[in-house]
Write a protein that binds this ligand. Structure first.
Ligand code: F6R
Length: 366
């Protein structure tokens, strides 16, 4: 049942080339410039015409929402707000009939997310679901949506569901942008082609697992961790920190790299491992200076970098190389080494990786 892997979590991490491909199957044909989300068929015009999108979710699903915020705003130029479902539902939020609410949930049973949907529905919004479990309560409560096809996720810590969510949300954003005309046909086709290539790139990162394991060995007994990223890699930093907390019980925090100097920098000393996602994208130079700030205070830096990056390699303690990909698609690739790092650290600490203490796979109480 674990397919030869020691834990479901590791199996699910390694399944991602397939689960990402499955989430695109029948929806994307890059060579024909074809993109179709069947479940949104009757709602594409409404999505493209929307003046605001509100995304709700919890935990990892909320992180996928933060990634989607960047992508929708960049490609479709629609303002997006991302809310914790638990805050949204008790806040008397302003929701108008023209708003689209996207609810993200692997299980489709999260109580707060379901309640957020009911509230938004009562105010007349159109609700889309991005769920993994077919026929789940959330899937049934929405007007329309697109399933992630990640397959059953057994490990409590979400991995393949996250990348499947980001995949489907990216397809939604591309659908809206294409319909609206905010994206050139050339870039539209280029992004579709790059998306079709993502499973192969994720596979390349998975082949670095041994290297990540060596780093995990060195930091097994760290008491704290900081994760930094900018732009689309900021939510990835949050997700990396959450994974580590959940399964290894090490205190970890994710921050937008530039926020560090507004407080968290005080935590940095020679005992503080700092994971920096520092890929070659539009914020690269800024992240390089954030790394310098950490090194100047003797922090130990593990950097996730783009293949062939010599500049950062010469500055930091450890690097994990990942292949180059368009900025928009980066989280699908950059999150992989962070999943592996948390997994190996937890295993080395002897934790129950698939069923960490105090956590349940679906949170059906508020
Ligand atoms: C993270 C994790 C939780 C869930 C959250 C939402 O690894 O498992 O943070 O992401 O409880 O669950 P769903 O997506 O089922 O609504």
């Amino acid at each position: 049942e674990k397919g030869g892997f020691e834990h479901f979590m590791l199996k699910e991490i390694f399944e991602q080339p397939r689960s990402i491909a499955d989430s695109m199957r029948g929806r994307v044909r890059a060579d024909e410039g074809h993109l179709r989300l069947g479940g949104l068929r009757d709602y594409v015009d409404r999505l493209a015409a929307s003046e605001r999108i509100v995304i709700v979710g919890c935990g990892t699903s909320w992180h996928a929402g933060l990634v989607a915020e960047y992508i929708f705003e960049e490609l479709a130029r629609i303002p997006v707000e991302v809310e914790y479902a638990s805050e949204f539902r008790y806040r008397n939020p302003i929701i108008q009939e023209r708003d689209i609410v996207i609810a993200i949930s692997q299980s489709g049973e999260t109580a707060d997310t379901l309640a957020a949907i009911e509230l938004a529905k009562s105010k007349g919004a159109t609700i889309f679901g991005v769920c993994n479990v077919v026929g789940s309560s959330i899937a049934r409560a929405t007007h329309a949506g697109a399933y992630t096809h990640a397959g059953p996720e057994i490990g409590v810590a979400s991995t393949k569901a996250f990348t499947a969510q980001v995949t489907v949300l990216t397809l939604m954003a591309l659908t809206a942008a294409h319909k609206k005309g905010t994206l050139s046909e050339t870039l539209f086709r280029q992004l579709l082609a790059e998306m079709e290539h993502i499973p192969a790139l994720v596979d390349q990162v998975l082949q670095k697992a041994e290297k990540v394991k060596e780093i995990a060995y060195i930091f097994t007994y760290a008491k704290n961790f900081i994760y930094l990223g900018r732009g689309l890699n900021f939510p990835v930093a949050l997700e990396g920190a959450l994974k580590l907390k959940e399964i290894s019980y090490i205190h970890a925090e994710g921050y937008p790299a530039a926020e560090m100097k507004h407080g968290p920098i005080a935590l940095i000393d020679e005992d503080m491992p700092v994971v920096v996602i520092a890929t070659k994208d539009s914020s690269y130079e800024k992240v390089v200076s954030n790394i310098q700030e950490v090194k100047a205070r003797k922090g130990r830096v593990i950097a996730v970098v783009t293949e062939g990056d010599e500049q950062i390699r010469s500055m930091v303690d450890f690097v994990i190389e990942i292949p180059k990909v368009h900025d928009i698609l980066m989280p699908l690739v950059s999150v992989i080494p962070l999943q592996l790092l948390s997994y190996y650290i937890a295993v080395m600490r002897g934790r129950n990786v698939d069923q960490p203490r105090n956590l349940a796979k679906s949170v059906t109480v508020e």
